[in-house]
Ligand binder design. Structure first.
Ligand SMILES: [Zn+2]
Length: 256
């Protein structure tokens, strides 16, 4: 199902095992530059507007409780069992105790969540176990191979095998708009090969794709969103395209 508030990651949801999606920036009450469905309370938006947006989103998705971390652009992966559940509309609980940039779970009902506005949301479904993971991958996390580390944690905790996983790289800034320094291009080429860039423009999606295929995920099991956040600021928040002051989308995955 796609509404004006979010869209479903069909590549994963079609298995019938998960509810997975990402919020859009439509249908909320936040004013510029957070127009309109900003779900993050840490970006300077009016707290009352954020609460109202969270209520709207929660009603639409049926997601009443989330598991998420305080994101720090790390490669740290948390098992959702160790994370307290955060309920919408309780502002004090919007700053989670645990830091980290990926979560994993094999429990039904845990809605694993991350916030992004250009960074790549990586959705992982181990269809055999079943188990799930979600990761927040900007350039730091991508270079640190957070997708691979999330799968490694899923293997340790749940016995996940890479070849049983479906993976989706969600809406995020793409090569068309992501101009970076020559130093950073060099580092990525060293790690992931020359297909990760076009001159000074970097593809975080290709870098994650390469690292996943290298550990045994089949290339047909990895899907990549057609949406560049910086090209589509009508639908998505883009930190870069909007000068750093904007809202955040929420990506979520939940075993049903
Ligand atoms: Zn673009």
């Amino acid at each position: 199902m796609t509404t004006n508030l979010y869209y479903t990651i069909n590549e994963l949801a079609d298995t019938g095992l998960v509810n997975a999606g990402i919020s859009l920036r439509c249908g909320g009450v936040s004013k510029a530059p957070y127009v309109s469905l900003n779900l993050a309370s840490h970006v300077g938006d009016n707290p009352d507007a954020v609460s109202q947006n969270q209520r709207i989103f929660s009603t639409e998705t049926g997601i009443k409780a989330l598991k998420y971390c305080h994101q720090i652009h790390s490669d740290s992966v948390q098992n959702a069992d160790s994370i307290a559940t955060s309920f919408w509309n309780i502002k004090e609980q919007n700053v989670p105790e645990k830091t980290g940039d990926a979560l994993i779970s094999a429990q039904q009902g845990d809605a694993l969540s991350i916030f992004t506005a250009d960074c790549v949301p990586i959705f992982i479904l181990d269809v055999a176990t079943p188990a799930i993971g979600i990761a927040h991958a900007g350039w730091r996390g991508t270079l640190a191979r957070i997708a691979v580390k999330t799968l490694a944690q899923m293997k340790n905790s749940f016995g996940t095998h890479a070849e049983n996983c479906l993976i989706h790289l969600g809406p995020s800034i793409q090569e068309c708009c992501y101009t970076v320094s020559p130093d950073l291009i060099y580092k990525f080429v060293q790690h992931f090969g020359s297909t990760v860039h076009n001159e000074q423009n970097l593809s975080l999606q290709t870098a994650s794709f390469r690292q996943l295929v290298d550990i045994g995920v089949t290339s047909e099991s990895v899907s990549i969103s057609p949406f560049c956040t910086a090209c589509h600021t009508d639908k998505f928040y883009s930190h870069r395209a909007e000068g750093g002051k904007t809202g955040r989308m929420l990506s979520f995955i939940q075993l049903t």
